[in-house]
Design a protein around this ligand. Sequence first.
Ligand code: NAD
Length: 496
Amino acid sequence: RILQVSSKVHSTWYPASFFSSSSVPTVKLFIDGKFVESKSDKWIDIHNPATNEVIGRVPQATKAEMDAAVASCKRAFPAWADTSVLSRQQVLLRYQQLIKENLKEIARIITLEQGKTLADAEGDVFRGLQVVEHACSVTSLMLGETMPSITKDMDLYSYRLPLGVCAGIAPFNFPAMIPLWMFPMAMVCGNTFLMKPSERVPGATMLLAKLLQDSGAPDGTLNIIHGQHEAVNFICDHPDIKAISFVGSNQAGEYIFERGSRHGKRVQANMGAKNHGVVMPDANKENTLNQLVGAAFGAAGQRCMALSTAILVGDAKKWLPELVNRAKNLRVSAGDQPGADLGPLISPQAKERVCNLIDSGSKEGASILLDGRKIKVKGYENGNFVGPTIISNVKPNMTCYKEEIFGPVLVVLETDTLDEAIKIVNDNPYGNGTAIFTTNGATARKYSHLVDVGQVGVNVPIPVPLPMFSFTGSRSSFRGDTNFYGKQVSSSVKWE
Ligand code: NAD
């Protein structure tokens, strides 16, 4: 069953099973296999970022509701951990099929709540789906190790065992992919899971929960609560929660890592980024400029792997006017509009923050070569739009360089040598992703070996690892000792 939500500009669909039928739909909780209305008296509005209309309300779950969700996970754990690996695998095999069948519907909800283009939203689901497909290999992934005759008459075995109740806290920018980084892998290994999606984009997670239930996941194996700080503190402190997966900002991530660890939990926290694209003068110009424009401005720059900083080395600085021309031609509109290359930012506050950071660039002596602050999008005058913006003559001490902007803004630095570029990248506090553009193999090798960054692309702008590898990150971009979803690696993942 689906319920139509009408709005002035959009009319879209939310599945009615997890929204109530009041005029502004309220997002339900998912507790013990049931979509239930919260009794909370604290609610948060969900806005369509293209119009700023209120399209729904999400509860801040009460303490009793959160307790009930953890108790449900805890009750479900022993039977689920004892369920054969083959049976758990079957649930995931059905799940990947249902996600494929519902991919467009999930994407539509993402575009409505998050603002990204439908193509980006489908990519968001698809990258999460790949993790679910990878989780289907659990029969190989969970193999332990053996050493016969480790000493006289003695063999040694190690097993991979589930921990118990695990929890996930997700950000707004990938409403499907990041929850799918979290619960499928934990659950296929026999853990039960408490998910707290971003309060700004809960819809995709709710539909994903319904599809998991339809795939045969027993009641209580996945529970969903909503909220902000109270829900986060609850997760960090609850003695029955054994591990936390977090993805989001440094402000929240470092707090959650510290508070969760203090309570004895295993915490993995993927956090902020300032990703550099280093452009060598011997790069393929056409390919490089196209890649840079897509990676800086796609999804309105609200990707943790966006290439938000370009370092033009030597004569590559001459390409700047052409870069500006390409960026100018991008079409900014609501994510569901045909031909849109980038949509709005998530909120008016995010727009104001991005505009202030652009202002800071001009005040501190940089040049605004392309200015998206005043953009007007016809038919969407109230949306949180910022057009592609390019700031050049940026120096590492400027605020627009130091802060993660998380908007469609490319800051451009120039150096004479590769060594200077490497120093800038390694002096930056973040180490999430980076790319070098060059046709010289020795240059590529030198760069990828000397930068201290989690993901490194060579002529690949957003080198997000496929799930059989892990999403890594170094320095301020990651806290914890096990990475998300794939094989654990101690150094960076490189794409060449
Ligand atoms: P956010 O930190 O504001 O929110 C993430 C989650 O933490 C949400 O569920 C939110 O409810 C909760 N939260 C927010 N502030 C909190 C606080 N002060 N205390 C406790 N909990 C809090 O992040 P966001 O704005 O939703 O997402 C954008 C950020 O996520 C960017 O910094 C981006 O780089 C990062 N990100 C990183 C990766 C990665 O893999 N490294 C991937 C995606 C996004």
